[in-house]
Ligand binder design. Structure first.
Ligand code: PAF
Length: 300
């Protein structure tokens, strides 16, 4: 496996591959790899000739009171996991000074994500999505991929990055890979390691909540208020769960919808604290087309 730490060397490697007609896929990660990342790498391997996995814990997407210093860093284990997936992978693991040459505080240019950070995680994570969009743009310039693969678990991130590519005319196809879940439904996340055994058991309500909303939408529930109530009532079954938000937004604009239109693509999403661990989950779904059901009856 090849490991590259400098932006210039990464660009030279990618340029050489591109000039040989090879298709490059990039899987951006912050390391602490788990089964969810395996699925991203496998999707990348099936869609390109060369796959780059970047491992970079990006300081600009963490708020001042967030877990940047404590974020799990297991570089050797990550390499072992990647080696088992394919010996032909290239790992891009730059230092902070490579990605922020002016210094994290001194960098003056960043990506503005408009009002796409106004709902869901945005209000609770000031500057987070600007940090994500900025570092992903830098990773695209460093790795020069044709395809970039992201997990749909980070749904708001995925929608923002898809629009970044579209609106900034980037020549990169942004691909989303479905969330990988444990047997009880909990989505794999690098932060699951922080959960105590009791919290881990209770955390099953997180996926149940978003799937509860999905089922109601499929059965014809159109009202945001009712869907939020369905998600909150499932989450409240566990005393350990402190709900930060539960909401339903348009899947393309990320703006809330008071009443879902027939055929509309929506995203039902939650963020929940278990102690100091914050978990998110979501489902993309589509309302039935042409239906006229005004009120979803939970008994139906
Ligand atoms: O999803 C992540 O792991 C990060 O937000 C990303 C996309 C690698 C940017 O730092």
């Amino acid at each position: 496996m090849k490991i590259i730490t400098s932006v210039r060397k990464m660009q030279a490697w990618a340029d050489q591959r591109r000039s040989n007609g090879r298709c490059i896929a990039l899987v951006p990660t912050m390391g602490a790899l788990h089964a969810g990342h395996d699925a991203l790498v496998r999707a990348a391997l099936s869609s390109a000739d060369d796959v780059i996995v970047s491992i970079f814990v990006n300081p600009t997407q963490f708020g001042p009171r967030e877990d940047f210093d404590a974020y799990p860093r297991h570089f050797d284990e990550d390499l072992e996991i990647l080696g088992k997936l394919s010996s032909g992978l290239t790992v891009f693991a730059p230092g902070v000074e490579e990605m922020y040459p002016e210094g994290v505080q001194a960098d003056r240019i960043s990506v503005d994500v408009g009002d796409m950070n106004r709902y869901l995680c945005g209000p609770f994570r000031q500057g987070h999505f600007e940090g994500v969009a900025t570092v992903v743009l830098k990773l695209f310039h460093a790795c020069r991929p044709h395809v970039a693969v992201f997990g749909l678990k980070d749904a708001q991130q995925f929608v923002i990055l898809s629009r970044l590519a579209r609106e900034m005319l980037l020549d990169v196809s942004v691909v989303g890979v479905p969330t990988v879940r444990a047997a009880d439904g909990l989505a794999f996340s690098s932060r699951n390691v922080y959960l105590s055994p009791v919290q881990r058991k209770a955390a099953v309500v997180v996926s149940q909540a978003v799937h509860g909303a999905e089922e109601a939408i499929k059965k014809g529930e159109q009202r945001r208020e009712a869907l939020v109530e369905i998600m909150r009532s499932i989450l409240c079954r566990e005393d350990e769960a402190r709900v930060q938000y539960a909401d339903v937004v348009d899947a393309d604009t990320l703006q809330p919808i008071e009443k879902i239109s027939p055929g509309q693509h929506v995203l039902a999403a939650v963020a929940v604290h278990f102690g100091s661990t914050r978990l998110i989950d979501s489902v993309f779904t589509q309302a039935p087309a042409g239906q006229r059901v005004e009120k979803y009856d939970e008994g139906s």
